[in-house]
Design a protein around this ligand. Sequence first.
Ligand code: ADP
Ligand code: ADP
Ligand code: MG
Length: 453
Amino acid sequence: MIKRILVANRGEIAVRIIRACRELDIETVAVYAKNDCESLHVKLADISVCIGSNKLSDSYLNIPRIITTAKLYNCDAIHPGYGFLSENSRFSQVCESSNIIFIGPKAKLIDLMGNKSSAREMMAKANVPIVPGTSVIETFDEGLKESKRIGFPVLIKASAGGGGKGMRIAEDENNFQKAYNTAKQEALNAFGDDRVYIEKLIEKPRHVEFQILADQHGNVIHLGERDCSIQRNHQKVIEESPSKIIDDQLREEMGSIAVQAAQTIGYTNAGTIEFLLDKNKKFYFIEMNTRIQVEHPVTEMITGIDLIKEQILIANGINREYSQEKIKFSGHAIECRVNAEDPSNNFVPSPGKVTIVNLPGGNGIRIDSFIYNGYLISPIYDSMITKIIVHGDNRQEAINKMKGALGEMTIEGIKLNTSFLFEIMEDKNFVNSNYDTSFIEKFLINRGDQNDW
Ligand code: ADP
Ligand code: ADP
Ligand code: MG
């Protein structure tokens, strides 16, 4: 059995993993960057080791230092969380060759799904519907020719993409060149890889993804969907489960396709298959995330299953004896990402010292956070500082709980997006589930926001 886990991450997800380990009687080793010594994960882990300066390449992205620390402190496994090294196949590979369990899939699978263009090809072979589009585009001329064939508007996407980066819309032939160049440049800057592919732009889509669990004994199940259509710059802001636009029949259909996709590639551990749904509820695969996701708690709230514990037990080789029939969904869960940012000033990050922290609580209200009174939020890392997750009997009750929680939350010293989230909870179209992925964009226009979001 795994006895000690190194947590190769920071922030709320590192805290979340440490808590799950405690429940399983597993010891934890936290690693941290020098400037991050006051971070909560450092205080909560059994052992904490400073591994470098505040440069990411010296700390949370430094594979040799993380592996050396794991060896030095006799860790049997490493949990990568999300972001950082979580989808780095070399990291998974180095763990394996160092006799350390990587809590996630094998390197080969991370590679296979990490390149979004080759993932599309794999999925098409597995009879999963994909968005009409191309494989990697070699030249500008080829891109233009293919876009004409697919039909404008198209989306130019980074093969190595993630976090909504490296994606540009070309409305027509005239702005194809600009969109193509910008997408390539952004992909190179963000991922060190400028390869792009092209997809038809699905009009007014909803983002609906399926959570998968697959153990090492061939048992694969899905835990239902998450609707993540409330996005800004292609990044999720609010997520919920179940999706208002999915009925039992469609859930069954999409869920079994997601399971079949995972089985076809021989996937193990937790993973997410992301789909877009068009106006006619036709669904198309967009990508697979081979890691735990930010929004995993909404699934935990409606299924009662602890996904981090499942990840650890799967990685330990335990037969989880999953069966789809045993999965029961109850009520409705919503997550809001609370970010240190200023919604009245183009959402610019607002790092700094938090002077007063008063987090909400109550029945069915879960707070995944790492901030406390006097904590200094660093500008170096992601601006998401807290997740509020609520669980109600139905969607309206969950919305009401979320409004209550957002209202109760007091964090002073920095700017937050809480009132922006509150306004969304009150919006008629949100309440009626009458929206698509452009909801926030329209919301900002309607309230007369002149910003260039
Ligand atoms: P989720 O799909 O879990 O909602 P997000 O897209 O919000 O994930 O990403 C979670 C975190 O991981 C964010 O901090 C994001 O910037 C980062 N991230 C996601 N994919 C990548 C990637 N391919 N490369 C670098 N960072 C990434
Ligand atoms: P990332 O790897 O950055 O998460 P995804 O491929 O998952 O990128 O897409 C992120 C978001 O971008 C989607 O949830 C959706 O809102 C939008 N998007 C992606 N592909 C398309 C498409 N073909 N048509 C319309 N919107 C898209
Ligand atoms: Mg995605």
